[in-house]
Ligand binder design. Sequence first.
Ligand code: NZQ
Ligand code: ZN
Length: 388
Amino acid sequence: MLGSFIYSNPTKLYFGEDALDFLGEELPKYGKNVQLIYGGGSVKKNGIYDKVVEILKANGKNIFEDGGVMPNPTVEKLYEGVRIARENHVDLLLAVGGGSCCDYAKAVSVSVNCDDDPWEKYYIRFEEPTCEIVPVGCVLTMAGTGSEMNGGAVITNHKTKQKIGHVFGENVMPKFSVLNPKFTFTLPKRQLAAGIYDIFNHICEQYFSGSDDNTSDYISEALMKSVIHSSRIAMNDPENYEARSNIMWTATWALNTLIAKGKTTDWMVHMLGQSAGAYTDATHGMTLSAVSLPYYRYIMPYGLQKFVRFAKEVWDINAVGKTDEQVAEEGLAAMESWMKELGLAMKLSEIGATEDMLEGIADGTIIMDGGYKVLDRSEVLNILKAAL
Ligand code: NZQ
Ligand code: ZN
């Protein structure tokens, strides 16, 4: 452990089959007006919406509907959410859904009392909120992003073809999140797989960096092993509560600020995937799976020892009589076959990207400098070509 840091995470979590019962304990802490945020309708079909509304009414809340949050929420939808919150003097933004609803609620929360254009302020100039923030609560229905316990809020601008995340601080993180693994039972398998890979890649992004002996890396290995194990059970037996609960809990810990502490982090798979997402509007986890292997195979020589460790510790590769390069490649090959087992998109063409988009995707890829190799634009383009 080398780095110095402050660790604090203010989100209170309620986890388990009865987690929603605790919503009634949280609601009295906030004013009467609640903006009820949800997506394209899954929560109405599976009954979660009705349960939440019942609890809101029992607590005397005025409900202001804000449905239709799309996967990869757009800047236009953000403006609409801000308008709803302003018109109704909202006291609490309650997101009932996956990462998209939760992210969107956070983006609205920092924009309601702010005169500036939120896209320009937070996603182009990366400024911090300077106005009063409306509190956010979350009832999670999909495991993956970690949005339930972090400050991330990713917004897509289709006009400018940009998908950008702002990681806000503690004051924007959800005040509370309700995590009932049973709420994820109705997820289509494709979304389940995408969420599982999102979890795994969040861990990779924080693992493949640095060379010191870091406690975070040991935690990361345990989280990766847990998600691989539970993914195989949940994909075959979608109503296996134990597997679903492990996946949900792993998702939270994969990106709730803990494992990034004391070390540098990479995030280039997310930068490549997000830019591809701006062009294709594809499911987040699938954009990551499509670019991962070309990226990791390219940077492997620059962080060889970590890839060897990954192969041995996470994938149980036997290193006897093999070179480091062979061991590292066998680790990535094991990851590749697990990804195929999950049915993930393995190529950008599978998520709707075409060759003529690649220059634009490269331009939109934000280059981070925490990983084993700081890429230049031509390297980004070559990775995208290999991923097509
Ligand atoms: O919209 P509805 O009808 O609710 O359907 C959703 C949506 O179509 C469906 N779904 C969710 N829960 C369900 C369900 N369907 C049936 N049963 C359920 N229980 O699943 C679809 C995807 O939902 P979405 O919320 O978009 O998925 P996810 O949780 O993966 O969130 C993706 C967004 O989060 C951002 C992504 O970029 C993307 O915009 N991210 C946020 C991060 C953060 N806050 O730190 C980090 C991530 O890396 C990611 O970038
Ligand atoms: Zn992600």
